[in-house]
Design a protein around this ligand. Structure first.
Ligand code: IFM
Length: 451
């Protein structure tokens, strides 16, 4: 393979999320989140795992900054726990919560690591879920209050803000498929939630700009590359349906195209919109298109769609292609999809900048007798995805940075601790951190700005 060098201003980082690493679920005035409730409900999470302790990052954050420094990280993407700041979702502020993130931000800046802050990575205050969660328009208003409190406090030092992480997951895995908190299975609820998530993003953008002068503001979407399983017309339509469900339903309104007409028609026909689009009020679609500085793309795998499930529900249309390389999560390894999604987003929607805000893989390799973790499969995965991203840059995509998911093994939602995405191994009983071989390789990539 020839040498690959990234542009001089390219940013290399790692990403995490509050509920997945912090622990301290009920300390220092934090209120309960929907993930506390969900994980404490028997049968919801594999092995009964919870985020109560997780990686104990809440107490080990200083050690974790040293770890990042040792790996040459230039940027760190983390999320803020809303119920640590506003235990009831709105109203009374918890100063201890703000202080925690303030110390973290100061520590990062002292270490020369740029903080990228995600406001919402799924841990909604339970008090807001009790009032209807994201299906309730008032939750979007509460989000703006939360964004205001956080950015007034950190906006002098944080200059990269991400409003939401993966609103598709929040709306649909949480409210339609039901495998994530709050665990509902109701299409109308999920569709209303998706709208209020986007609306809250649009409303928060000007607030963040006001409180954080000169900051870059964006949103992160999980993306897939949807392909038909065969050349048949029905599989073509299945793939288009998956693309509409996961990609276009979010990207189109964000970039001023309103909700995709084919999906609105399909959802009406299937009875998912019994009250039509009544959750959209005058001005909402304009508000959602608030000008952003970047789009965050999370890319993991493609979706090969087929019609044989016989279902109208796009969430059931993924078939794992036979004989392909998969991760330990059974997700197909498809690096070309990185190139394809980056080019598609750039040429179709033209965000001013793009960051890969997540990419990585779950492999379970653990320490050998010498305490080393030889995760060659992860290194190979990353190398191929970095190369695909580089190809996209050469094709003209304004890709400005790459965040590996994840800095460390952590709580993988409904899968608990059974899936390990980290480039750093976590020994959960002791909390010990061991950089895997992929982390040591990544450190060299960052030093060389390529490989
Ligand atoms: O762990 C998650 C993360 O929270 C959001 N994006 C996908 C990752 C892997 O499933």
């Amino acid at each position: 393979m020839t040498n690959i060098t990234f542009p001089n201003d390219f940013t290399w980082g790692c990403a995490t999320a509050s509920y997945q690493i912090e622990g301290a679920w009920n300390e220092d005035g934090k209120g309960p989140s929907i993930w506390d409730t969900f994980s404490h409900t028997p049968g919801r999470v594999k092995n009964g795992d919870t985020g109560d302790v997780a990686c104990d990052h809440y107490h080990r954050w200083a050690e974790d900054i040293k770890l990042m420094t040792s790996l040459n990280l230039q940027a760190y993407r983390f999320s803020i726990s809303w119920p640590r700041i506003l235990p009831q979702g709105r109203g009374q502020v918890n100063p201890a919560g703000l202080d925690f993130y303030s110390r973290l931000v100061d520590g990062l800046l002292e270490a020369g690591i740029t903080p990228f802050v995600t406001l919402y990575h799924w841990d909604l205050p339970q008090a807001l879920q009790d009032e209807g969660g994201w299906a309730n328009r008032a939750t979007a208003e509460a989000f703006v209050e939360y964004a205001n409190v956080v950015s007034r406090h950190l906006g002098d030092r944080v200059k990269h803000w991400i409003t939401h992480n993966e609103p598709w997951v929040v709306a649909f895995l949480g409210n339609q498929v039901g495998i994530h908190a709050p665990g509902l299975q109701d299409w109308p609820t999920a569709l209303a939630a998706s709208h209020h998530l986007l609306l809250s993003h649009g409303w928060a953008v000007p607030v963040l700009r006001e409180n954080s002068p000169g900051a870059e503001v964006g949103i992160t979407l999980n993306t897939t590359v949807a392909m038909p399983a065969t050349g048949s017309a029905v599989d073509y339509h299945a793939a288009r349906d998956v693309d509409g469900y996961m990609n276009r339903w979010f990207m189109d309104p964000l970039y001023g195209r309103r909700y995709p007409a084919d999906m609105v028609a399909a959802y009406r026909e299937r009875g998912y919109l019994p009250n039509g689009l009544s959750f959209i009020r005058d001005g909402d679609l304009e508000d959602i298109t608030a000008q952003t500085d970047f789009l965050g793309i999370n890319y993991y795998t493609r979706t090969v769609a087929d019609e044989s499930t016989g279902s109208d529900d796009p969430s059931t249309r993924r078939i794992p292609p036979a004989d392909t390389e998969v991760t330990d999560f059974d997700w197909e390894v498809y690096p070309d999809g990185m190139f394809e999604i980056l080019c598609r987003v750039h040429f179709d929607y033209r965000p001013p900048k793009i960051y890969i805000t997540e990419n990585g893989a779950s492999y379970s390799d653990g320490p050998d007798e010498n305490g080393r973790v030889h995760d060659e499969r992860r290194t190979s995965f990353l190398r191929r995805h970095f190369a695909a991203a580089h190809r996209a840059i050469e094709a003209g995509v304004p890709l400005k940075g790459y965040f590996v998911w994840s800095l460390m093994d952590n709580f993988e939602w409904a899968e608990g601790y059974s899936q390990r995405f980290g480039i750093v191994w976590i020994d959960y009983p002791t909390g010990q951190r061991i950089p895997k071989d992929s982390a040591l390789w990544y450190k060299e990539v960052i030093a060389a700005n390529g490989f």
